[in-house]
Design a protein around this ligand. Sequence first.
Ligand SMILES: Nc1ncnc2c1ncn2[C@@H]1O[C@H](COP(=O)(O)OP(=O)(O)OP(=O)(O)O)[C@@H](O)[C@H]1O
Ligand SMILES: [Mg+2]
Length: 442
Amino acid sequence: MNLTPKEIVAYLDDYVISQRDAKKTIALALRTRYRRMQLDKKLQDEITPKNILMIGSTGVGKTEISRRLAKMMKVPFIKVEASKYTEVGFVGRDVESMIRDLVTNSITIVKAEQEEANQGKMDNYILNKIVEKLLPPLPESASESKKDDYQRLLEVMEKRVQSGEMDEKIIELEFDKINVEFDDSNLPPEMAKVQESFSQIFSTINKQDNKKEVTVKDAKSILKLEASQKLLDTTSINAEALRRAEDGGIIFLDEIDKIAVSEKAQGRNDPSKEGVQRDLLPIVEGSSVTTKYGVINTDHILFIAAGAFHVSKPSDLIPELQGRFPLRVELESLTEDTLYKILTQTQNSLLKQYEALLSVEGMTLTFEDEAVRAIAKLSHRANELTEDIGARRLHTVLEKILEEISFKADEYQNKTYTVTSEYVHEKLDEVVEDEDLSRYIL
Ligand SMILES: Nc1ncnc2c1ncn2[C@@H]1O[C@H](COP(=O)(O)OP(=O)(O)OP(=O)(O)O)[C@@H](O)[C@H]1O
Ligand SMILES: [Mg+2]
C-alpha cells in the first residue's frame, strides 16, 4: 500500500464524484500511516493516527467512499455500522468484536497471499490427492515393469485431471475434520476455544461419516482448504495478520450519528447508546483486545467514522468521543451538475447498469445527453421539494422512467431504444411537481 495521496484520490474519482475534501483527508491519513511505517520503531510508537469524522447528509457518498477504499486497500479494513453494537453486558454484539472482525479480515488477506505464493505446491497436493483416488497406488511388491507401466499411466492421468477431462468422474474423499465455520467473531475467545474443541470431538466421532462422493471438479475446490491447512504455516500467518491489523488496520465506523443522543431527546437519554459510545472510547484511544489469534493492541488502528447527523449533531456525542475524532470533513450535498456526472462519469454508473441489464434481452438502450441532463435536473428538483436523499434519488427516478421499457424489453430484441428528454419529461414532470405524488413514487 504505497499509493500517494494523489493516486488514491484519482482512484476514488472514478467512483465518487466531487467530495474532494473528504477524499483528500482520507488519502492523506492513509499516506501518513505509510510514512510512519518507514520510521524507526521508537518514533513509530509515538505517532498515533488522527481519526476522521465524515459528516454529510444521506446519499452523498460516505459509504461509497469507504466501499471503494475497502476494494482497493491491501491493508486490513472493515466497515461496520455503529448502530449494530450494544453495550457490554447486554445481549448483542459488543464493540470489541469489531477488532476481532478486523483481525479475521487480516488473516484472510495474509492467507490469500500465502496461498498465492504457494500456488504450485497447493496445486500439486490437490492433483496428487485426486490422482491417488482415480488410480490406486501399486502394492510394494509389484514388479519393476509393472511399476514403470504404472508411472506412465500416472502421468497420463495427471494430464487428464489437469485438463479437466476427468471433471465429471466421481471420487470418494475423506474429510479430516468437519469444517463447520461458525460466525464466531462475536464469541469471546474462551468460548471460541470451547467451540473449537467441540468440532474436534464431533469430527472424531463422525470419522466414518466423513467420506463423501464428489465429482473431480468439486474435489478440486474442496481440497483447496485442506491443502492450505496442510501446507501453510498457520502460526506465522496468524502472527503476521495480527501485526498488520495492529499497525495498518482501518475501521470504518458508519452510521455513528445513530449512537449519538440528540439534545432534543434530553431527559430521556438512551442509556444503551451512550453505553456503546463509552465502550468505544478505550478501543479508539488504544487498548488491548483478546482475540482467538492472540492479543491485539488498538493504539494504531485508524478509525474513520461517518454519519449524516440529521437528527443529532457531532456535539451530541459524548465529549470524550468527539475529542478522539480530531479531523472533521464535511461532504457537500449534490448539485444538479454532480448528479449529471454521477450518471455519466462513474465507473459503474446506473445508466451503464441498466444498459447492461437490458442487453441481456438483446436490446440496446441508449440515452440522449439531453435526457440525462433532464434526469439530473428532475432528480435535483425532487430532492429540493421533498427530502434530500442525494444520489439515491437517481435510483427511484430511473426506475420510474425505465419501468415500462424494461417490462416490454422483449419487443425490442435486436433494436435500439433511445431515451429522449421528451420521454423523461413526459414520465416525470407531473410526478415531480406534485409533492404528494412524488413523496410516494420517487
Ligand atoms: N458523490 C457521489 N458520486 C457517485 N455516486 C454517489 C455519490 N454519492 C452517492 N452516490 C451513490 O448513491 C448511493 C448512496 O450513496 P452512499 O451509500 O454513499 O450514501 P451515504 O452518504 O452513505 O448515505 P447514508 O447517510 O444514508 O448512509 C450509492 O449507490 C452511491 O454510489
Ligand atoms: Mg451510508
